[in-house]
Design a binder for this molecule. Structure first.
Ligand SMILES: NC(=O)c1ccc[n+]([C@@H]2O[C@H](COP(=O)([O-])OP(=O)(O)OC[C@H]3O[C@@H](n4cnc5c(N)ncnc54)[C@H](OP(=O)(O)O)[C@@H]3O)[C@@H](O)[C@H]2O)c1
Length: 272
């Protein structure tokens, strides 16, 4: 049997790196996307095939799919993992940051799936999108990020239904808190936005707390990666995989708590 091939985006750290390791260990050839040259060497050392990919440049996707077709002749699993968290009061977010949030997290994954569709059809393959509990539970100072992940949930549902007749399966992962660089990158972005001129200057501690919330009691990324690998190997592919701290409880809270109670809890938690 020929070696199965997985293409994973955002492999420099966190979940993408753990997924690369898990799929390599399971015998896949892993094409691991990174943004920076320097991030290629560690992945190469693991046995992956690193390549440069910026999700903000969807015009590069067709050439990438062609490279995979030429080198491998197949693609079994596409994992849309790369993502950013643009944190801060919604009305303080500049237009470009709002656009970047939705381009990287929502638009680019659809376009990458489109570029890879011929290969995925041939192999009767699988698309895995990384959503989030934040797609269910909207918190203050993360409106753009939560909206982007709610959109990923809707896009994944539509893709799953539309790709079914073509023999391509779709699985969405909805992580809770997972140990990664996500809190550090989100916090760095939020710090650049916090300003004395903002009406939300008095609430800056809440902004900081939200930007780093993904690293509150986080589950190791390797645990999530194993769960995803196992789900990807099932013949009855599940539509959704939840893993990580809060991945089950937070959507339940969002669904069942009366809106007034939930708002009061969130306002207290983030100092509003
Ligand atoms: N950690 C959590 O608690 C958690 C919870 C729910 C969902 N998620 C989701 O899980 C996914 C992975 O995040 P993570 O937690 O592993 O965080 P991470 O360690 O910060 O990893 C994010 C990855 O995305 C890459 N990336 C960011 N912007 C990109 C762009 N424009 N083009 C290509 N790659 C880009 C980053 O590359 P650079 O190193 O170059 O920035 C990095 O490799 C994200 O979609 C995130 O929303 C995470």
């Amino acid at each position: 049997m020929r070696t199965p091939v997985a293409l994973i985006t955002g492999c420099s750290s966190g979940i993408g790196l753990a997924l690369s390791q898990a799929f390599l260990k399971a015998g896949y050839r892993v094409w691991a996307g990174v943004r920076k040259e320097a991030d290629q060497a560690p992945l190469q050392a693991l046995g992956a095939r690193p390549f440069l990919l910026d999700m903000q440049k969807p015009e590069d996707f067709p050439a990438l799919a062609e490279r995979v077709a030429t080198f491998e002749g197949r693609l079994d699993v596409l994992i849309n993992n790369a993502g950013i968290g643009v944190m801060g009061p919604l009305l303080d977010l500049p237009h470009e940051r709002l656009q970047q949030q939705f381009l990287v997290n929502c638009v680019a994954p659809v376009q990458l799936a489109r570029a890879c569709l011929p290969l995925l059809r041939q192999s009767q393959g699988l698309v895995i999108n990384i959503g989030s509990v934040s797609g269910y539970l909207t918190t203050p100072f993360a409106g753009a990020y939560c909206a982007s992940k709610a959109a990923v949930h809707a896009l994944s549902d539509a893709l799953r239904l539309e790709l079914a007749p073509l023999g391509v399966r779709v699985l969405e992962v909805q992580p809770g808190a997972i140990a990664s660089d996500f809190g550090a990158s989100s916090s760095q972005g939020a710090e650049q936005l916090i300003s004395e001129q903002s009406p939300w200057w008095p609430f800056r501690d809440g902004i900081r707390a939200r930007a780093n919330a993904s690293q509150d009691k986080p589950t190791p990324a390797a645990v999530l990666a194993q769960r995803v690998l196992r789900a990807s190997q099932r013949s009855d592919t599940p539509a959704i995989v939840r893993a990580g701290y809060g991945s089950r409880s937070l959507p339940l809270l969002a669904q069942w708590l009366p809106r007034r109670v939930l708002d009061a809890l969130l306002r207290r938690r983030f100092g509003l």
